[in-house]
Design a protein around this ligand. Structure first.
Ligand code: GRF
Length: 220
């Protein structure tokens, strides 16, 4: 008799918007040897295109609309209940635009990733492309980090750089950064599924060794 194959890690993606990162993850996880499977997509906005992308890919979806709740705690409790129904090994935030409560974040410590359009710790928060232009920075980029209680402040795992060209606008930078996001996020999600990255009291470890600085994907 053949031994049962090892269980495939279950990934749950949370999104709020257009879901281009979700699409990149769907496409990657559907390749033959990807070590994880997207089991559900959750969203806080009923009309978000991310839901359409998931439906097209036959991935179950759920909506927990933040407008239906009077407090962040109640919203998070409802969201958590939906997530737990799918029993995921990893929660991947892909343009999920709600700030999560401490208890929620703790429930998935070391198992929840976020992608942010800047070279963290620079430019947490919104409007990163314009802020990079206003500061006259030569290099911009994207970061994937473990989610902790600090907004956009969890330990960074990997980054991809985007050189700022003269004539770049917030829109052109956004486009270049998104292209890098779609390459970087599937790589890091793969590492998480393979158990190659972990989070402990000292920060991120990669292949069992503490990561002194984020891994950097060079600009193409
Ligand atoms: C991305 O730029 C990501 O960095 C940020 O939100 C955006 C989501 O875009 N957190 P999409 O919905 O994946 O297209």
């Amino acid at each position: 008799m053949m031994a049962d194959p090892a269980p495939v890690p279950k990934i749950l993606v949370l999104a709020s918007g257009s879901g281009t990162n979700l699409q990149a993850l769907i496409d990657s996880t559907r390749t033959r040897d990807f070590p994880g499977e997207i089991v559900a997509v959750g969203c806080n906005r009923p009309g978000a295109f991310a839901l359409e992308r998931a439906a097209q890919a036959n991935i179950p979806t759920f909506v927990v609309n933040h407008k239906d709740f009077t407090s962040r705690e109640e919203f998070d409790a409802a969201l958590l209940a939906e997530i737990l129904r799918h029993n995921p090994d990893a929660v991947v935030l892909a343009g999920f635009m709600r700030i999560l409560t401490r208890d929620f974040v703790r429930a998935f410590r070391g198992r929840m990733l976020n992608i942010h359009p800047s070279l963290l710790p620079a430019y947490t928060g919104l409007n990163t492309h314009q802020r990079v232009l206003d500061a006259g920075d030569a290099v911009h980029g994207v970061s994937v980090h473990f989610v902790t209680e600090e907004l956009d402040g969890g330990p960074v795992i990997a980054q991809a750089e985007v050189p700022v060209a003269s004539g770049d606008t917030a829109e052109s930078l956004a486009e270049k950064v998104q292209k890098q996001e779609h390459t970087l996020y599937p790589i890091v999600v793969r590492w998480l599924c393979e158990g190659r990255i972990s989070l402990d009291a000292n920060g991120v470890s990669f292949d069992g060794k503490p990561l002194a600085a984020p891994l950097v994907l060079p600009a193409d």
